[in-house]
Design a protein around this ligand. Structure first.
Ligand code: GSH
Length: 203
């Protein structure tokens, strides 16, 4: 199978980390949807990465769907509980982290517009979402090693990716300040080979 991804996409990084944690081989096709020569729209009408193309030609997007598909392959370690409320809780953690990413990407893109066209109101809305979500995660994690259950799950991976993306794009927010639990959590995640091997290039 092929994963279409840009090296800076945090949503794609989530999937690359998931595949690495499970040791599942795949072909990484680096393709930035922002480039005019991109082929992403040929497989994903939304024109976004990540997109997973199976050997059969079937395509899955977006990242929560791809993660769900990967789990159906039955390759351990499981990163999503098989069902029940436990699965919903991991999905909730994933959604919270994806929401941080959505807000961070929006703020990053807003900040790249010519200054006269930037909306301070929109920027503040995104920063508020990020700050509230960080506070929520700090509270949820408390003295636990992982967000849900006793092992690394998809929610933990996605939170780690979101924190890494804040470092990459919104470093001036200094998210570590006031979040000692999350900071320690991030250091533990960043030390894993799957995270170390997928650090986005600067720029
Ligand atoms: N909800 C999607 C978000 C994917 C997404 O927004 N990817 C960005 C790269 S970080 C993208 O491809 N943007 C291109 C565009 O919006 O045209 C997911 O989880 O996969």
């Amino acid at each position: 199978m092929k994963l279409l991804a840009s090296l800076t996409s945090p949503y794609a990084r989530k999937i690359r980390i998931l595949l690495a944690e499970k040791n599942i081989p795949f072909e990484l096709v680096v393709d930035s949807p922002w480039e005019t020569a991109t082929r992403v729209p040929e497989v994903n009408p939304l024109g976004k990465v990540p997109a997973l193309v199976l050997d059969s030609g079937e395509v899955f997007f977006d990242s929560p769907v791809i993660a769900g598909y990967i789990e159906t392959l039955g390759v351990g370690p499981a990163m999503l509980p098989a069902g029940g409320i436990e699965r919903v809780r991991v999905r909730q953690s994933e959604a919270l982290a994806d929401g941080i990413l959505d807000a961070a990407v929006t703020a990053y893109l807003e900040g790249r517009r010519p200054e006269a066209q930037q909306s301070p109101l929109n920027l503040d809305r995104q920063y508020d979402k990020i700050q509230r979500s960080l506070a929520e995660l700090e509270k949820r994690l408390a003295d636990r090693q992982w967000l849900d259950g006793d092992t690394l799950q998809l929610g933990d991976i996605t939170v780690g990716v979101a924190l890494g993306y804040l470092d990459l794009r919104l470093g001036y927010l200094d998210w570590r300040s006031g979040h000692p639990v999350l900071s320690a959590f991030a250091e533990r995640l960043f030390a894993r080979p799957s995270f170390a091997a997928t650090v986005p290039p600067a720029g």
